[in-house]
Write a protein that binds this ligand. Structure first.
Ligand SMILES: Nc1ncnc2c1ncn2[C@@H]1O[C@H](COP(=O)(O)OP(=O)(O)OP(=O)(O)O)[C@@H](O)[C@H]1O
Ligand SMILES: [Mg+2]
Length: 307
C-alpha cells in the first residue's frame, strides 16, 4: 500500500533531512516511524502526502507515484499533521462539513464519524473551546471524512496528558478494525510504537537504522537486561566487564548507565560476577528489554534527548 525506495530530501541550504530511506507497508498494516526530534519523520510523511517534493528516490501510495501522480496519491490517503489544521473559530461540525463538501461526502457520514470519535456532544461548539484531546479526535475524524485507504498520523499524541494519550491510543488502535485502512504513524514514544504498530522503522538522522516488529527488535537483546549505574564513566566499566567476559557485544554504555543484555546467561550469576569486580556501581537492576534499549544500542543516544 506504501512503497518507498531510496527516498531523499535535501532542504535548501544543504540540510539532508532524509537520506535514502526504503520500506514498504502492507495493506491493513499499522507501521511506525520512530525517531527523535529532527530525525526526518515529518519530512518523510510530507513526501508521502505530496506536500514536500522529494530530492531523489521514489514513493508510491496505493500504487500512485507521489511525484508523477500526486493527485491520485493524495486522494487515496489522508493526513493528520503535527500542527493543527482545523479552523479554531469554527465549530467542529463546520470544520467537518467544509472538508466533506470538498470530498463530496454525505452529511450522514459526519454524524457517524462524530459518534465514533466521541464528539457528538461538542460538534456545535467552536473548536477553540475544545481540549487538546478533543481537538486531536476532531482532526482524525476530519482526516477520515474522505474515506482514505491510507492514513498518515504525524505524532498524534504529542502534548497530551497521559490519560488522554491512552484514550487516543485506544481510538487509533480501533482504526485498524477490519484491516480496510493502512496506517503510518510517527512517534518518539516507544510505548506508543509498541502498543500500536505491527512493524516499526527506527529512524535516526534521516536513515532507517532498524526495521522489524517491536517484538523482534526487542528480542535481538534477549529476554532480560541487567542495568548498572556506575560512578563516573560507564565506558571504562564496560571495557572491564567485556574483558572479564561478563558483558558481550550487545552491551552498551550511555553516560554512567550500562545496559547488559543477558542472552542465555542467568541474571543472578551475572550480578554475582559483577559484584566480584568491585566496579563503582551505584545501582543494579534487571528488567525486560524495551524499544528504548534497541534505539540506544543502535544510536548511542537517548531517544528523547538526541538532536
Ligand atoms: N522546511 C524546511 N527547511 C529546512 N530544513 C527543514 C525544513 N523542515 C525540516 N527541516 C530540517 O530537516 C530535518 C528533519 O526534520 P523533520 O521535521 O522531518 O524531523 P522530525 O523527525 O519530524 O522531528 P520532530 O520529532 O521534531 O517533529 C531537521 O534537521 C529540520 O531542521
Ligand atoms: Mg515531525
Amino acid at each position: 500500500m506504501i512503497e518507498v525506495d531510496a527516498l531523499t530530501k535535501v532542504y535548501p541550504g544543504g540540510i539532508e533531512a532524509v537520506k535514502g530511506v526504503s520500506f514498504s507497508v502492507d495493506p491493513g498494516e499499522v507501521f511506525g516511524l520512530l525517531g527523535p526530534n529532527g530525525a526526518g519523520k515529518s519530512t518523510t510523511v510530507g513526501m508521502l502526502t505530496t506536500t514536500v517534493t522529494p530530492t531523489s528516490g521514489s514513493a508510491r501510495v496505493a500504487g500512485h507515484d507521489v511525484a508523477t501522480e500526486p493527485i491520485a496519491a493524495r486522494s487515496a490517503s489522508s493526513v493528520v499533521f503535527q500542527e493543527q489544521v482545523v479552523d479554531r473559530s469554527l465549530s467542529g461540525r463546520r470544520n467537518l462539513a467544509l472538508h466533506a463538501s470538498l470530498w463530496r461526502t454525505p452529511a450522514a457520514r459526519i454524524d457517524e464519524l462524530a459518534a465514533s470519535f466521541g464528539l457528538d456532544g461538542l460538534l456545535d461548539r467552536p473548536v477553540e473551546t475544545y481540549s487538546g484531546g478533543q481537538c486531536r479526535r476532531l482532526e482524525i475524524a476530519r482526516a477520515l471524512v474522505s474515506d482514505p485507504r491510507v492514513l498518515f498520523l504525524d505524532e498524534p499524541t504529542v502534548g497530551l496528558d497521559p490519560r488522554i494519550r491512552h484514550e487516543l491510543l485506544d481510538l487509533i488502535d480501533g482504526l485498524r478494525d477490519g484491516g480496510a485502512l493502512t496506517l503510518l504513524l510517527t512517534t518518539h514514544y516507544l510505548d506508543e510504537a509498541e502498543r500500536l504498530c505491527d512493524r516499526v522503522a527506527i529512524i535516526h538522522r534521516g536513515e532507517i537504522v532498524a526495521l522489524d516488529t517491536p517484538a523482534a527488535l526487542r528480542s535481538a537483546l534477549g529476554d532480560e537486561i541487567v542495568e548498572l549505574r556506575v560512578d563516573g564513566d560507564g565506558e571504562r566499566s564496560l571495557v572491564r566487564l567485556r574483558d572479564q567476559g561478563v558483558a558481550g557485544e550487545a552491551a552498551f554504555a550511555v553516560g554512567s548507565t550500562l545496559t547488559l543484555p543477558l542472552a542465555n546467561r542467568g541474571a543472578a550469576a551475572t550480578i554475582a560476577e559483577i559484584e566480584v569486580l568491585e566496579l563503582p556501581v551505584t545501582s543494579i537492576s534487571t528488567r525486560r528489554p524495551s524499544l528504548d534499549d534497541v534505539y540506544l544500542r543502535l544510536t548511542g543516544g537517548r531517544l528523547h534527548e538526541a538532536a
